[in-house]
Design a protein around this ligand. Structure first.
Ligand SMILES: *Cc1c(COP(=O)(O)O)cnc(C)c1O
Length: 426
């Protein structure tokens, strides 16, 4: 009877969160320890096919913006599913090659880097995406028309979940202003630079098709003066759902709008062009769950603090961007027992995980927590591990991939050697 009640009180939506491919989160925590990043390979494949299915009628390349998650096993899943890479540093490029990518499947889209990094990428056969006039000039001087490139344009549009993750507004550091077309064309003509594509990336957490369309049409208007285009790269930024109630981006809807505008542009441009998109978060965010353990339930007169064995050293998005992660007690499925907790980390900073969407609420209702319970944070597959640090000299989390119903360690837990490896006593 009690078991039946417990079962019935489970919210059907959130129930889906308690296991991955049939493996209970609590079993994963027990087997591999916490804090632990867990990734669901099926979810990544599902998102790839949703994206492919929504952008139709022309050649399409998906360029995974791998700064979201660079684990080699994740990169390999992308490779096996026909997804190319977008990288922002020579090290990401090297990781891509280690995962099995050929240089020409990789695009290097850095911001304001030394020209030696561009040369490194070109040497590896990668296609570069240039984001300032100075680097365009250096590229022309060194390579003339011998190497293809893309140019990153800043279209002066506002799009993105919040100011910190907008990249195309007038004051953004990214890309060459759309108002500097003459300067660009002068350099391109002078060195006969082979510009095969134009690129823009509006920002992150965009769910509105109109925003993508606005940025795209600014880029299209700009593009007619470039005669050798083969590619239009519209960037990433597709919003994901952050809670069981949040719809996220309607990819069918956005895809249809983007596809229509792109086809229309290709017709007017007079050539079949290839569309590139560079999603990061969209492909990997929902695939990831971050598992921690409740170390202390502190019943303070002001509120109840739930302390967990991780902090902003392992998942900094809530503190850095005010990002929302759905948090639940993986050890207790009885939603009749909910209480409000302020979920906090163990780092010597104010590292609160439980801010609400608007940043005003700092508590969440969780099924009642006992010390030792496993606390899970959803949507942790993107910008989770890749932003982790050794602050407070704690070890980075381990990472586990669930594929074909099996859990495999894809990054081991660290030891003291990892903290001291490169340190030298004078
Ligand atoms: C970060 C980044 C992306 C991906 O952004 P998401 O919000 O994760 O989709 C795409 N393109 C470029 C150039 C980026 O820097």
């Amino acid at each position: 009877m009690i078991i039946l009640r417990l079962y019935l009180s489970l919210n059907l939506i959130s129930m889906a969160y308690y296991s991955i491919q049939g493996i209970q989160l609590t079993d994963l925590a027990q087997q591999f320890g916490t804090p632990l990043y867990v990734y669901d390979a099926d979810k990544i494949r599902e998102k790839i096919s949703v994206l492919r299915g929504s952008l139709k009628g022309f050649p399409l390349s998906i360029k995974y913006a791998c700064k979201a998650n660079t684990n080699l096993s994740i990169l390999r899943i992308m490779l096996q599913n026909g997804v190319d890479l977008d990288v922002v540093s020579p090290q990401e490029l090297a990781l891509g090659i280690l995962a099995g990518y050929a240089g020409n499947q990789i695009t290097f889209t850095p911001s304001g880097v030394d020209f030696s990094e561009i040369e490194f990428a070109v040497d590896k056969g990668a296609i570069v995406n240039l984001d300032n006039l100075s680097v365009l000039e250096k590229f022309g001087q060194k390579y003339g028309s011998t190497k293809p490139c893309l140019i990153r344009i800043k279209p002066h549009v506002f799009g993105g979940g919040n100011e910190k993750i907008m990249t195309a507004h007038p004051e953004s550091k990214f890309g060459i202003s759309i108002h500097q077309k003459e300067e660009i064309l002068t350099i391109v003509d002078q060195y006969k630079i082979h510009v095969i594509g134009l690129h823009q990336h509006t920002g992150s957490d965009i769910k509105d098709g109109k925003t993508f369309q606005e940025a795209a049409s600014a880029l299209f208007d700009f593009a007619y003066d470039f005669k050798d285009l083969e590619i239009i790269d519209l960037g990433g930024g597709f919003k994901v759902p952050y809670s069981p109630e949040d719809p996220g981006v309607d990819m069918q809807d956005v895809g249809q709008l983007m596809s229509q505008s792109f086809l229309e542009f290709s017709r007017q441009y007079g050539r079949e062009l290839r569309l590139w998109v560079e999603p990061g978060k969209f492909l990997v965010s929902e695939a990831g769950t971050f598992l921690a353990q409740a170390t202390v339930v502190k019943n303070d007169p002001i509120k109840t603090f739930l302390g967990i064995n991780t902090g902003l050293n392992h998942l900094i998005r809530p503190m850095m961007y005010g990002s929302y992660h759905y948090i639940f007690n993986a050890s207790n499925a009885n939603s009749a027992s909910q209480k409000a907790y302020r979920v906090v980390g163990n780092i010597c900073e104010t590292d609160t995980f439980s801010f609400d969407f608007n940043g005003k609420q700092d508590e969440r209702n969780l099924n009642e927590v006992q010390e030792g319970d496993i606390i899970a944070l959803a949507n942790a597959g993107a910008y989770g591990f890749t932003m982790a640090s050794h602050y407070n000299s704690r070890y980075l989390p381990a990472e586990v991939l669930i594929d074909q119903g099996k859990a495999i360690v894809i990054r081991k837990r660290e030891t003291l050697d990892d903290l001291t490896r490169n340190q030298v006593f004078p």
